[in-house]
Each structure stands twice: as structure tokens, then as C-alpha cells.
Design a binder for this molecule. Structure first.
Ligand code: UD1
Ligand code: UDP
Length: 383
């Protein structure tokens, strides 16, 4: 009788949960940033499994990273997410799929990492089932309420039990917002990901030879954020800025293009503007090893990516951020990053300044974050 009542409940009781950790991935940066944690969990023989939300699905945004980082395959993949156009539908499909998998597996902890819709869906599914939620990269804030990522950061932090803030500054944001969960400062797992892969990247990657590049004779560009590329005027401004940069510098600009950006250039009929930028070389999104190889040898990176602001800081490559704000203010403070906005002249002026910047800054993202996070998990859950 008791068992029948239990099954009718909408939540999982503590006695139903099993001693295993669920890792939610679904986007390119999530897979990369979870890779050292997955390794650490495997090293300790901690029972775990992966749910893939299906948010990213093209080979070079998804499976490529599992292959080159030798990650275990996801046990569950949420189906049919790629067809969802709007945030609500995409998040809803992922939420439903994750919930179904969690009901089968009943893990004691769900880990999400970052600020993509994938992570909101994962945290919410677990929260509602009364499963403990751990948020890696907690406490980041851009203060820019146009960004879908900012909505997600705030919501995920407020429904998480364990908050793994990468820096003291991100922890302060959690304190100021009176976020409920337990707060820890652990550093950022991207430091581990770089450490584990940059040497391999230097040895194995052939991308620079293939593109005819030499250390320090090119800029790198990435662009995909909604507030930049889904608004034609912002996208045009950025492209004009890149054109000005290309005119005043001797360097080529390598642009591994995110599939979303490729689609927007076509939709807004901007391909002729792009083609008029003579030194711009568009390539497909690369794997992690090739990207690290490109980044660590570049003269400077222009980007709206969150992860690349961190990686460039760690690798001592100057960064010009093509956004109005950053949730990684530590990079600006140490001097590796300039937040340039999207206006053409400001972009060019920031490139001129940053390309000659002294690169002796210190990495503000700590070290050994993955080990620290897994230590905390073991202790908190007595796994
Ligand atoms: C998402 C995250 C963003 C993160 C980025 C990492 C949200 C709100 N945004 O943005 O924070 O920086 O991932 O790259 O969660 N597409 C493909 N193939 C893919 C993935 C996407 O073609 O594998 C195209 C599709 O047209 C898709 C569009 O890109 O509709 C946008 O994809 P989506 O996952 O919604 O957002 P991202 O821009 O990738
Ligand atoms: N990256 C990659 N190939 C590329 C572009 C980026 O492997 O062509 C990696 C990059 O090294 C970083 C991550 O993808 O670790 C950043 O992802 P993205 O910029 O898509 O998302 P964000 O960090 O902005 O959420």
C-alpha cells in the first residue's frame, strides 16, 4: 500500500534515491568544461552517468568533443530538441526529457554547469523531483538583462543546493543576492581542461599548418551571442568593426563560425559584407584541440564567448570582448580583456590597445577546480 502511494507522488523521497551522480551536458562549452570533472569522477570510481539534452547536435558542436576528449557516451539523450525554435519550447522539451531520465535513474545529485538553457532545464527538473542540484560556475553576473544566459544564471543559482563559484567575486554575487544554497569557491574547471589538453593540442593539431598560420601572425574571431547576432544592426556594427581592424592591421582574421551565426548572416543577407573583409577567413567550428592550438598561437582574440574570455586569460592571449558587459570581470581586472561593445571604432581602438598589452597578468580562475568540486560532492553526499 505504501509503495503504491509513493509511486503516485510527484517527487522522489530520499529513500528512493540511489548513490550516483548525474551530469547534464548539451552544449559545446558544457561538454568541454565538464570533461575534467568526468575524468575525476571516473578516477574515483564514483557511480555516475550523463544525460545529454540535445541542445547542440551538429557533429562539430557535440560528438566531436566526446570523441577527442575520450568521454563516456551519454546514457540518455533527449530526443527532438533541435527542432525547437524558441527558448520556451527548447527548455520545455529538455525539461521533460531530463525529468523522464531522472525518474528512471533516481540519482542523489544532478550537476549542471554554466548558463545555457540546458542547465536551467537540468536544474529545474532535479529541483522539482527533490534531487540535490549542484551548479558549477555559480554566481556569474553580467547585469545585462537582455541576455538569455543572465536569466538562466539567476534562476539556476536560486534553485541550486550546492553552488560552486569559480572566484571570490562570483561568490560575492551569490551572497548579495541572498542565494540559499551552500556556497564554495573552487576555481573554474576550464583551467583543468586547458591543462589536460593544451600540450596534446600543440603536439597533435595540424590546423595552423593547414591554414598557413604562424605563431602571432593572426587574430582569432568567434561570435554567436543572441544579443549580437539576432539583431541586424548589432551584427552589422560588429562586422564593420572587424573590417576596420582588418584594414589597419597586417594580420589575417580566422573565424570558426558558429552554426547560428552562419544562419543569421544568410538570413540578414550579410554575406557580401562578410566577403568584403579581405583578410577574414571563415572556417567550420573546430574541435577543442584545434581551437586551443589556434588560440594559444594567436596575437589576439575578438569574441563574445564566455569561455574564450577565460581561456585567453589563462593562455595569456589578449582578448577584446564584443559585448556591452561581461560576467567575467576578473579578466578585465587582471588586464587580459577589454569589453569593447559593438561599435566599429571602439572595437578597432580596443584592438589597437590590447594587441600591445603586457601579458604578465595572473590567472584569476584558480587551479584544481575539478578535484575540489568532486571532493566537496563526496563530502556533502557521503558518496
Ligand atoms: C547556446 C547558449 C549560449 C552558449 C552557446 C554555446 C542558451 C540560451 N544559449 O547558444 O549561452 O554560449 O550555446 O555555443 O542556451 N545550431 C546548429 N547546430 C548545433 C547547435 C546550434 O545548427 O549543434 C544552430 C541552430 O540553428 C540553432 C541555433 O544554432 O537553432 C542556436 O542554437 P542554441 O543552442 O539555441 O543557442 P546557441 O546560440 O548555440
Ligand atoms: N571552441 C571550440 N571550437 C570552436 C570555438 C570554440 O572548441 O570552433 C571552444 C572554446 O575553446 C571554448 C568553448 O568552445 O572552450 C566556448 O564555447 P562557446 O563560445 O560556443 O560558448 P560560451 O563559452 O560563450 O558559452
Amino acid at each position: 500500500m505504501l509503495m503504491i502511494c509513493m509511486r503516485q507522488l510527484k517527487v522522489l523521497g530520499p529513500e528512493e534515491l540511489r548513490d550516483k551522480v548525474c551530469i547534464i551536458v548539451g552544449t559545446r562549452p558544457g561538454i568541454i568544461k565538464f570533461s575534467p570533472i568526468i575524468r575525476e569522477i571516473e578516477k574515483r570510481n564514483m557511480p555516475s552517468f550523463i544525460i545529454h539534452t540535445g541542445q547542440h547536435y551538429s557533429y562539430n558542436m557535440d560528438k566531436l568533443f566526446f570523441d577527442e576528449l575520450s568521454l563516456p557516451q551519454p546514457k540518455h539523450r533527449v530526443p527532438n530538441v533541435s527542432s525547437a525554435r524558441y527558448h520556451g519550447k527548447q527548455t520545455a522539451k529538455m525539461l521533460e526529457g531530463i525529468e523522464a531520465a531522472l525518474l528512471k535513474e533516481k540519482p542523489r545529485l544532478v550537476l549542471v554547469g554554466g548558463d545555457a538553457n540546458t542547465n536551467l532545464a537540468g536544474a529545474l527538473a532535479a529541483r522539482k523531483l527533490h534531487i540535490c542540484v549542484g551548479h558549477i560556475e555559480a554566481g556569474l553576473r553580467s547585469g545585462d538583462w537582455r541576455m538569455p544566459e543572465e536569466h538562466n544564471r539567476v534562476m539556476i543559482d536560486h534553485i541550486s543546493d550546492l553552488l560552486f563559484a569559480p572566484t571570490e567575486e562570483s561568490k560575492r554575487n551569490l551572497v548579495e543576492e541572498k542565494v540559499e544554497g551552500k556556497r564554495f569557491v573552487t576555481g573554474n574547471t576550464i583551467v583543468d581542461a586547458i591543462e589536460q589538453n593544451v600540450v596534446i593540442a600543440k603536439a597533435k593539431s595540424k590546423i595552423k599548418e593547414e591554414l598557413g598560420l604562424k605563431r602571432g601572425n593572426y587574430f582569432l574571431l568567434t561570435l554567436h551571442r543572441e544579443e549580437n547576432i539576432d539583431f541586424k544592426e548589432n551584427l552589422v556594427d560588429i562586422l564593420k568593426g572587424i573590417k576596420m581592424v582588418a584594414k589597419v592591421s597586417n594580420f589575417g582574421i580566422i573565424f570558426p563560425i558558429h552554426p547560428r551565426t552562419k544562419k543569421r548572416l544568410r538570413y540578414f543577407k550579410l554575406n557580401s559584407l562578410v566577403n568584403s573583409i579581405k583578410k577574414l577567413k571563415i572556417i567550420d567550428p573546430t574541435g577543442y584541440l584545434d581551437f586551443l592550438a589556434l588560440l594559444e598561437s594567436s596575437s589576439l582574440v575578438l569574441t563574445d564567448s564566455g569561455g574564450i574570455q577565460e581561456e585567453s586569460c589563462i593562455l595569456r592571449i589578449p582578448c577584446v570582448t564584443l559585448r556591452e558587459s561581461t560576467e567575467r570581470p576578473e579578466t578585465v581586472k587582471v588586464g587580459s580583456n577589454a569589453v569593447a561593445g559593438t561599435k566599429p571604432k571602439t572595437i578597432m581602438n580596443n584592438v589597437k590597445t590590447m594587441v600591445n598589452v603586457n601579458r604578465s597578468w595572473k590567472n584569476p580562475f584558480g587551479e584544481d577546480a575539478s578535484r575540489k568540486i568532486v571532493d566537496i560532492i563526496e563530502k556533502e553526499l557521503a558518496l
